[in-house]
Design a protein around this ligand. Sequence first.
Ligand SMILES: [Mn+2]
Length: 337
Amino acid sequence: VTGEEQFRLAPRLMQPADELNRAIEAADHIYVACHRDPDGDAIGSLLAFVGVLRAAGKAVTGACEDPVPEMYQFLPGSSSISPAPPADEDLIISLDVGSPDRLGVLYEPGLFGAVRLVNIDHHITNTGFGDINIVDAEAAATSEILYLLFQYLGYPILPDIATCLATGIVTDTRSFRTSNTTPRALQVAAALIELGAPLTDIALQVYEHKPVAALYLLGEVLQAMRALDGIIWSEVTQGMMRRSGARPEHASSIINLLNSTRDADIAVLFFEGANGTVDVGFRSKPGVNVADIAVTLGGGGHPQASGCQLAGPLPEVREKVLHTVRSMLGRPAAAGA
Ligand SMILES: [Mn+2]
């Protein structure tokens, strides 16, 4: 195929895209939601879709269980996001969500079962839970799919929308470094910059605008780090959060730093939640699939970035997860580890 042909919505997604278009036209009030503990792609795709629907004159509610992280509050429309489950809306659009539990408190099976549900996502573990499914695991980001979808459906992409979508692609590719950074992802990013997305400013806001508390937290997490048999891991405890004054969003990027050593091909970070649950994040080098590991533990994600949530306490979760990782990768623990 030529470059031109790659740079559009996958043909198999055109029929569900047409169906989505009809559902939007028929809807009076649309509910758009992204996953809990949102990243740049979740927030970027959410704000972009809300913005596009508003510009088309639709009544829209944008929702996420957690507040928009400080690092994404520069995005246009970020103050309008609600933590409330759907109420009187007659169409639900779920973004960047592999399975409904990732919606957290927003997911109310009764409410979700009563109206049309649209599932737009790029996780390879996506369960196809929508009435309309627009899932493309080859996309680097849900934001990439939305650009192609808006182009296909003829929605104008104004500079504010382009900024939100570009942020989703920059963050989900970790600045165009992950294996899903395809020519198409780069073409979409280039198109978004041409449409007015300020790439340098996005990078500054996302990567170089942390409070110093985030660096104090990083210091503690690196102190707690361990590495053995190609596996590196560490943890973020509630005590570390208190002492550093950092916020949960500052913990989520640390796992990428753990994954930066050549001495490990899998990185694991345990985050002790205030409610006693433990969020486990996985990263890996190309060739090591952590999506399978996360699915085994009840979670999901991408081949090189995934996660799951388990009931605490943290030391027991750590034992269970490291045991699962070792047995799935065929790396029995060394004596005394
Ligand atoms: Mn994503």
